[in-house]
Design a protein around this ligand. Structure first.
Ligand SMILES: *[C@@H]1O[C@H](CO)[C@@H](O)[C@H](O)[C@H]1NC(C)=O
Ligand SMILES: *[C@@H]1O[C@H](CO)[C@@H](O)[C@H](O)[C@H]1NC(C)=O
Ligand SMILES: *[C@@H]1O[C@H](CO)[C@@H](O)[C@H](O)[C@H]1NC(C)=O
Ligand SMILES: *[C@@H]1O[C@H](CO)[C@@H](O)[C@H](O)[C@H]1NC(C)=O
Ligand SMILES: *[C@@H]1O[C@H](CO)[C@@H](O)[C@H](O)[C@H]1NC(C)=O
Length: 301
């Protein structure tokens, strides 16, 4: 990159604007990374965090810039039974694949939108609800997950096509975030994962078995159709550069929501987190790419 990340330039560009990350915990990690990247450029009393929409929306406020950098929890983009920002660890996933309005009205006036949605679709089948949650008339049907993913992306893109002001809003979609749950993928021991990994993978073009290119092709197809209709959504392609970083996950060094059992403690591999990313770290690079797109042709160097 020609210029290094400069928080002041970015905040200047975001003056009087709203930037919203929408998606799952990977996207929330990227939002946290962005806050860490910019907050040192703002004096203490001029920045704060606020919550709205029952904590589904978290906003970092930068007062002197009249800027907010927000995160909105919608792990499957469309409505799902996992929309509660904290209580969403449910055995079965149910999506209302045609319903996005409830989420979309929260971020419809944003100036910059950064979406993601990938990990929550990694199961063979997902239950689709035709009708409303809690309504007795709802019809449930199990469908292949990739098919439901496509339907959800179509609902999302139809909404964007109708509602996004093309001369105001920049839209991004972050490509799939790779996981390092199977050490066999990179020639490690069977049954191991990212636990105790301290070096990146060096094989060029490496791609692990947790990555599903067919899901990303669905994203490319939907975004290609939007482009053809004059809405330029940019893919933030972070997949390949992150594939190498088996050493960059929190592993066992993360907050545990439940006390660990004796069995778990005896086998740290069993509770190592090989999905999310440490900060500072990989997600900062994702934001540097985002920065380059946001400031394109506008940066003074
Ligand atoms: C960042 O940008 C600000 C505002 O243009 C400038 O004053 C500052 O020197 C820049 N910082 C770096 C490290 O380039
Ligand atoms: C602050 O930003 C919002 C958009 O996020 C805009 O509507 C409002 O007019 C701005 N306020 C000032 C004082 O410029
Ligand atoms: C917050 O949750 C309550 C109770 O579930 C609901 O009635 C209300 O509409 C929610 N508010 C927002 C802004 O989502
Ligand atoms: C779209 O955004 C531009 C730039 O902010 C604004 O001038 C225009 O009025 C908006 N159009 C609509 C239909 O809201
Ligand atoms: C991301 O880049 C890789 C090559 O580095 C490419 O194979 C893949 O198709 C791209 N994905 C998207 C969603 O553009």
């Amino acid at each position: 990159m020609r210029c290094r990340f400069n928080a002041t330039w970015l905040l200047e560009r975001l003056r009087n604007k709203r930037m919203v990350y929408v998606g799952d915990s990977l996207n929330r990690g990227q939002w946290v990374s962005m806050i860490c990247l910019v907050e040192s450029a703002i004096p203490p009393n001029l920045k704060w965090i606020s919550y709205r929409h029952n904590h589904s929306l978290i906003a970092f406020n930068a007062m002197e810039y009249n800027t907010t950098i927000e995160f909105y929890w919608a792990p499957m983009l469309v409505e799902s039974n996992s929309d509660h920002p904290y209580n969403h660890r449910l055995p079965e996933r149910v999506v209302r694949v045609q319903a996005i309005e409830k989420h979309a009205r929260v971020w419809s006036d944003a100036d910059i939108l950064i979406f993601n949605s990938y990990l929550w679709w990694l199961r063979p089948e997902i239950k689709v609800l035709w009708g409303s949650f809690g309504s007795p008339d709802g019809i449930h049907k199990m469908e292949q997950a990739p098919r439901v993913y496509e339907m959800a992306l179509n609902t999302w893109s139809d909404w964007l096509e109708v509602h996004i002001n093309r001369s105001k809003t920049q839209v991004f979609f972050v490509s799939m975030s790779p996981t390092h749950d199977r050490a066999e993928d990179w020639g490690g021991l069977d049954g191991h994962n990212c636990y105790q990994e301290t070096e990146p993978i060096t094989r060029e073009g490496y791609s692990g078995s947790g990555s599903r290119p067919e899901l990303m092709r669905a994203v490319e197809a939907v975004i290609g159709r939007l482009r053809a209709r004059g809405l330029g959504v940019r893919i933030l392609n972070i997949t390949q550069l992150s594939e190498y970083r088996k050493d960059a996950h929190p592993s066992i060094y993360k907050r545990q929501w439940h006390p660990l059992s004796r069995e778990q403690l005896a086998d740290p591999t069993s509770y190592a987190d090989c999905f999310h990313w440490c900060l500072p770290g990989v997600s900062d690079v994702w934001n540097e790419l985002l920065y380059a797109y946001i400031l394109r042709n506008r940066s003074p160097c």
